[in-house]
Write a protein that binds this ligand. Sequence first.
Ligand code: GTP
Ligand code: MG
Length: 157
Amino acid sequence: TEQTFIMIKPDGVQRGLVGKIIQRFEDRGFKLVALKFTQPTKQLLEKHYADLKSKPFFPGLVEYMSSGPVVPMVWEGLNAVAMGRKMLGATKPAESEPGTIRGDFCLDVGRNLCHGSDGVEAAKGEIALWFSPDELVSWADHSAAQVYEKPPVVAAA
Ligand code: GTP
Ligand code: MG
C-alpha cells in the first residue's frame, strides 16, 4: 500500500496541535509507520525543499522550519499521498476548506502547520531523506479488517 510523508511544522508543535493532527490521520484509518520528534538542520531542510530554492520565500521558509522541533511521520493506506494532501488543505490558508487541517487551524501561508508529500515519487524521496529504513515499522494494524474491504497483507516483521 501507499505511504506518504507528513510533517507537523514548528508552529504546529508550538501551538500544541501535535495530538489533534495525528488524531485526524488515525481517525481516517491510516496506519502510522514512522514518527519522530526532532529539530531539523537547515542543511536537511534545504534538501527537503530543494525544488523551491529559487523562490523569494525560500530563506524564510528554511529559517521557520529550522526554528524549533517538528514531527516527521510516515502514514500508510489507500491513496495515502492524495488523501494526505486533501486532509492538509490548500497551501494558502485563505483557500483551505474548513474541515481540513489548514482550513481549521491557521491563517498565514508562511505558518501553515504541516507538510504533505505532493506525489508518490516525492513521498518516497522524502521518507528516505527523513528516516532510515530501520525506523519504518512493519506491523499488523487490526483495524484494517474493518477499514478495508480487502485489507492489505502485512509482511511478518
Ligand atoms: P508543503 O506541504 O509544506 O510542501 O506545502 P505545499 O506543497 O502545499 O506548498 P509548496 O511545496 O509549494 O510550498 C512549501 C511551503 O512553502 C508551504 O507550505 C508554505 O509554508 C511555504 N510557502 C509557499 N508559498 C509561499 C508564499 O507565497 N509565501 C510564504 N511566505 N511561504 C510560502
Ligand atoms: Mg510541497
